[in-house]
Design a protein around this ligand. Structure first.
Ligand SMILES: Nc1ncnc2c1ncn2[C@@H]1O[C@H](COP(=O)(O)OP(=O)(O)OP(=O)(O)O)[C@@H](O)[C@H]1O
Length: 550
């Protein structure tokens, strides 16, 4: 793609994927440039969107296309602690702008304008701004001056701007995070702009960059170029001998790893867990089933377009049977970030806050996608509506919010939801309908020696076992019905007993502390004697009844 220069030098300043916003702004400004403004309206426009979405580039491109000068001023430069200062600064800026007319004044970060120290609206500053703007347009007779302000906002809406200021604008353009197609176009444009060719599947890269905006994609390409230089061992270059750079899939993969890691650090976002299949004993049928559900949309994103309904997975069963462990292992295996949320953590006494928390979880996961959201104790978050008896109907609204978010998942192939509960019978049936948590999987206790052995093997993987230990013999000492958590307790107990013995020997004339604690068969025996299985026969009968019912 190198040398595939853009045909129009004007087009080159507007990233592909932002053209719809550019055209919208162009259409707004053109009548004023052509003096078709018979209603004496003031040409004030507002562009809002997340920081780095490409607002400046859109305005720059419009100015170039219309042959207007661009006069850039940041609102924070106009803030000086008093309304008088803002007024003086504004006068100065507008006088200078008039001198370079025809022009666009780009007033950046308008959300900070007219804000006093404690963040509230400074009404005097607002009225100075309004009157200075009035004067600007009254006194500009010869060539047009257009004012385009920008506002940083997470969700693209301009609510951060004080309503008195927002009312001044003739039209507001809300710039959203780009979709997959737009991201592909942007990556292509940024690479061309950097003068590098691309031997990678950009649509595949774009699919892995959900939540990225223009500035993130530019950083991604620059990381990819650096990776390429490292791979090709480019040490020095000058204008004449600049190396031929062809970015490969591997360059982008590495760059994505760097970006995802940096992003996770910055916002404490979910990360890929470090639980391998070797850490999970038994449960092989469940592993297979979950992997298939998750891998299918990842490997064939096109299937979603054909109307295939995505489903969430609900793991249910007694406590301590490895539901969380299983979900983490799937995330590790598929290289997915893992966002674990305990149902009760999201509930809040303030009106509307619990629903907001649910929304926030999904938006955090979307920003970190590909991602698995793991809802532990789902029954506490989504109980049967109308049965909970909370006076304000909070739970009903939380369930409705959860349903709305789950339905929204159909559009993405990179977000998965796994729920876990000990009480599936308490969950609102609406959540178990097709397209939501419609795959119910029972995670039970270990009832046969074979599955107990495989869990013991997984749990003692990092143990130093004495030569007298045969795990089969250890397993034969176990009660018939135990959970993974019971076995974990046996292993950790045995290790603690072994450690205690080592310390005792050391204090009574032993030579020196060995580098690792060696666990012997006696240690396991003692730990097993002290074990009380966490699930009783009645509990088990109850879980089996629910399982048969579902
Ligand atoms: N199949 C297994 N293989 C290895 N370890 C297991 C297994 N099942 C459970 N464990 C051990 O038990 C611990 C608790 O398991 P986990 O938290 O996954 O259970 P859970 O079913 O999610 O429990 P809860 O319903 O109480 O949330 C794990 O950290 C792990 O050490």
């Amino acid at each position: 793609m190198k040398g595939n220069n853009l045909t129009s030098p004007l087009l080159s300043t507007c990233p592909f994927g932002l053209d719809e916003y550019r055209d919208e702004l162009l259409a707004c400004i053109q009548p004023f440039v052509l003096r078709l403004n018979s209603f004496q309206l003031k040409p004030l426009f507002l562009l809002s969107g997340p920081r780095g979405v490409g607002k400046g580039d859109v305005i720059r491109n419009v100015a170039e296309r219309l042959g207007l000068n661009l006069f850039i001023v940041n609102s924070s430069e106009l803030q000086g602690g008093s309304a008088g200062y803002t007024e003086g600064k504004l006068k100065h800026v507008f006088t200078k702008a008039r001198k370079v007319a025809p022009c666009i004044i780009l007033l950046g970060n308008i959300e900070v304008l007219c804000r006093d120290k404690d963040g509230t609206e400074d009404t005097r500053a607002v009225s100075s701004f309004v009157s200075e703007v009035e004067k600007l347009f009254q006194e500009t007779k010869t060539f047009p001056v257009i004012l385009v302000a920008t506002c940083n906002s997470k969700n693209g809406c301009a609510s951060a701007v004080f309503p008195t200021l927002a009312r001044l604008f003739l039209h507001v353009i809300h710039m959203q995070s780009p979709d997959e197609l737009q991201r592909t176009a942007m990556l292509q444009w940024i690479s061309q702009k950097c003068g590098v060719s691309v031997n990678a599947d950009l649509s595949h890269v774009a699919a892995q960059t959900s939540g990225f905006i223009y500035a993130d994609l530019a950083a991604l390409v620059s990381h990819a170029v650096r990776n390429n230089f490292k791979r090709m061992k480019v040490t020095s270059c000058d204008e004449q001998n600049s190396p031929d750079v062809a970015l490969s899939n591997a360059d982008f993969e590495e760059a994505l790893d760097i970006m995802h890691a940096a992003y996770s650090e910055a916002i404490d976002a979910p990360k890929i867990p470090k639980v391998s299949w070797n850490d999970v004993g038994g449960l092989s049928d469940l592993k297979e089933e979950i992997m298939q559900t998750i891998m299918l949309p990842l490997q064939h994103p096109g299937l979603l377009a054909t109307g295939l309904k995505r489903s969430g997975i609900l793991l249910f069963g007694p406590p301590g049977t490895g539901k969380t462990l299983l979900a983490k292992a799937v995330a590790t295996e598929c290289s997915l970030n893992f966002l674990s949320v305990k149902g009760p953590e999201l509930l809040n006494m303030y009106v509307g806050q619990s629903e907001e928390n649910v929304r926030e979880v999904f938006s955090r996961a979307r920003a970190a996608s590909p991602c698995i959201i793991f809802f532990d104790e789902l029954d506490s978050l989504a109980p049967n509506r109308g049965k909970t008896g909370d006076s304000g109907g909070v739970m009903d609204r939380v369930v409705s919010q959860l349903l709305a978010e789950m339905d929204g998942l159909q559009e993405t192939s990179h977000l998965f939801v796994i729920g876990a509960t000990n009480r599936p019978d308490l969950i609102d049936p609406a959540l178990l309908r097709p397209g939501r948590f419609d795959k119910l999987l029972y995670v039970g206790i270990s009832e046969d020696k074979e599955s107990q052995l495989s869990i013991m093997v997984a749990l003692t993987r990092r143990f130093q076992l004495r030569s007298d230990v045969n795990l089969k013999d250890v397993v034969s000492l176990l009660p018939d019905k135990v959970t993974g958590a019971d076995l974990y307790s046996v292993c950790s107990h045995a290790w603690a007993i072994a450690l205690r013995t080592e310390i005792h020997n050391l204090m009574h004339g032993g030579s020196s502390m060995p580098s690792a604690v060696e666990v012997g068969v006696e240690d396991f025996r003692e730990a097993i004697i002290n074990l009380t299985p966490s699930i009783s026969e009645e509990d088990l009968a109850y879980f089996q009844k629910i399982r048969d019912k579902l």
